[in-house]
Design a protein around this ligand. Structure first.
Ligand SMILES: *[C@@H]1O[C@H](CO)[C@@H](O)[C@H](O)[C@H]1NC(C)=O
Ligand SMILES: *[C@@H]1O[C@H](CO)[C@@H](O)[C@H](O)[C@H]1NC(C)=O
Ligand SMILES: *[C@@H]1O[C@H](CO)[C@@H](O)[C@H](O)[C@H]1NC(C)=O
Length: 527
């Protein structure tokens, strides 16, 4: 699926002979295979080692709560929350620990907020799950890396105690999944397993852990709390869902309690630093090829009757690339990436966040050192949302308050512009367009703009289609911006994370089409 040099060349030629207008025909009815999109399509994965900074300890973290509740007010459901990742495999349970005791390595310029080397937690740590918005669906990871069943067992008992508490039950906060281990395909690299460790070894070990944990958690059928397997790091690491299926993952009694396969995916990594280009992330073809490589695994997973999710994902692994992952351009990447993923059968994307990570949607607490350089800050930077938070808002509004919204990619014959149509039942409601062409702080030429001529295909409404629309814009000054975005005039760059500003939309006739600027996303609401 990689583009050949010739294709790249022709894309460049196309750029040179810049097309200022493009015709699109939006199907009035969804194709039969257009997937239903979950109201929590964009969800959050949170690094376990600073979990209580997100949740709060003795009272909830109002800022974090508000940012989740904003999204719930748009779709009716808060984002799903997975707590785990690298520190999941360094977590031990000790009943006499208040909340958590973490030991962190020294910060470096590349990794200003490293993952804990060790994390010891008690009941009160898991119990802060109660501070999430009512109705939140949660995944908790337990330690598999340390080969310490006692610790995984004790954590599981504590997690179950939390979800059985009256307060959590009353709030409708539910445990969707227990995840046994993070990225078993990285255990060899991390020195936690011998170099000969294979998919078969992993399946055997996972099964014996899951036997115990299923009993500890009372998981007896898929319909109750379900298992996610350990979540796999990436196809290049030698393990894959298909290799795990081949090794008999779902053959055992407990293997049959797996309902979801979690794959992790990043477009690249910043683990050893390096210079990354924002336009390379904001690339329509890279976004597609980075996801289509997963298609064989998605189909295998579906053939086993299981759900496929990206249980951990983001732009560049190892917390993101500075000046790229933390920018407005990354917000446009996230919109296109998550909506394109829906077209391939990826049912949820958990964007990974940790305190002080560069690619976060949300910085839930004040930071006393720079997330970009690790330098200490004279005045701490207060809790705030980052540009990719706006991606979650835009996608939420496109889905709207419905558990039955269907989404279909619109064929846009343009190298920078992608589009998606949203349907309720069989009726076209909205469309999102993204213009990934970078307008940078360093761009000296006038901002580019493309006119989209809107038309319809298909037979609904007698083939005519709606004639009126409103257009809402994600206004971005430059792709490099790290703040100051507005969505239909509304800003989330506030002290409490709540939106401020009056909603503004443009009214127009569908027949007149719409302009989209370089580095912009728009939501078209058909009336
Ligand atoms: C699960 O493991 C724990 C810790 O090793 C042990 O105490 C418990 O008896 C085990 N339960 C079962 C059913 O094997
Ligand atoms: C295993 O975990 C338990 C509970 O956290 C802890 O008490 C014990 O020391 C651990 N065992 C090893 C060998 O680390
Ligand atoms: C994503 O695409 C880029 C550009 O082709 C490539 O360099 C990178 O390796 C891809 N990442 C993955 C995970 O496929």
């Amino acid at each position: 699926m990689a583009r050949t040099a010739l294709q790249k060349l022709s894309a460049l030629v196309l750029l040179a002979s810049f097309t200022a207008a493009v015709d699109v025909a939006i199907p009035l009815n969804p194709a039969r295979d257009a997937p239903v999109i979950s109201p929590s399509h964009i969800s959050l994965s949170i690094e376990a080692d600073r979990w209580t900074s997100w949740s709060g300890t003795t009272s909830r973290n109002e800022f974090f709560y508000n940012t989740l509740d904003n999204l719930k007010q748009i779709t009716g459901a808060p984002p799903n929350i997975r707590i785990g990742a690298d520190s999941e495999d360094h977590t031990f349970f000790r009943s006499d620990v208040d909340f958590q005791e973490a030991v962190f390595p020294d910060p470096t310029a590349n990794t200003p907020y490293p993952e804990a080397a060790s994390l010891v937690v008690g009941d009160s740590y898991y119990a802060t799950t109660r501070f999430l918005p009512p109705g939140t669906h949660v995944t908790w990871g337990v330690n598999f890396g340390a080969q310490n069943l006692t610790s995984a067992y004790l954590s599981t008992r504590s997690i179950v105690k939390t979800f059985n508490s009256a307060e959590v039950k009353k709030a409708g906060i539910v445990l969707d999944y227990l995840e046994i281990g993070n990225e078993p395909d990285h255990l060899v690299k991390d020195g936690l397993r011998p170099p000969t460790y294979s998919s078969a070894d992993w399946v055997q070990e996972w099964t014996s852990f899951a036997n115990n944990i299923s009993l500890a958690a009372g998981i007896t059928e898929k319909s109750y709390t379900k298992f996610i397997t350990s979540s796999l790091a990436g196809l290049k690491w030698g393990m894959s869902p298909s290799k795990a299926f081949d090794a008999g993952l779902t053959n055992s009694k407990v293997g049959k309690l797996i309902s979801t396969i979690s794959q992790h995916q990043y477009s690249g990594n910043f683990c050893s630093g390096g210079d990354f280009l924002l336009q390379a992330l904001m690339d329509k073809y890279t976004i597609r090829s980075n996801l289509t490589i997963l298609v064989p695994e998605i189909r295998k997973t579906q053939a086993h009757g299981l759900k496929f999710i990206l249980g951990e994902t983001n732009s560049y692994a190892c917390h993101g690339a500075p000046g790229v992952s933390n920018t407005a351009g990354a917000a446009l990447w996230q919109i296109d990436y998550s909506l394109y993923a829906s077209q391939l059968g990826i049912e949820n994307l958990f964007f990974h966040n940790g305190v002080g990570y560069k690619y976060n949607m949300i910085q839930p607490v004040a930071l006393d050192r720079s997330s970009l350089t690790g330098e200490s800050l004279a005045t701490p930077e207060p809790a705030h949302v980052q540009p990719t938070y706006y991606a979650a808002v835009v996608v939420a509004e496109a889905i709207d308050k419905s558990t039955n919204t269907r989404v279909a990619e619109i064929n846009v014959d343009h190298p920078w512009i992608s589009g998606y149509a949203f349907y309720q039942g069989s009726q076209l409601q909205r469309a999102v367009f993204v213009n990934l062409k970078g307008h940078f702080a360093s761009t000296t030429t006038e901002r580019e703009s493309v006119h989209i001529d809107l038309g319809f295909a298909g037979n609904a409404r007698g083939g005519r289609g709606p004639s009126e629309m409103t257009v809402k814009r994600l206004a971005i000054k430059t792709a490099n911006d790290v703040a100051g975005l507005t969505w239909g005039g509304v800003s989330y760059d506030t002290k409490d994370g709540r939106p401020t500003g009056r909603v503004t939309v443009e009214k127009g006739k569908v027949s007149e089409g719409v302009d989209i600027h370089a580095t912009e996303a728009i939501l078209v609401q058909f009336l």
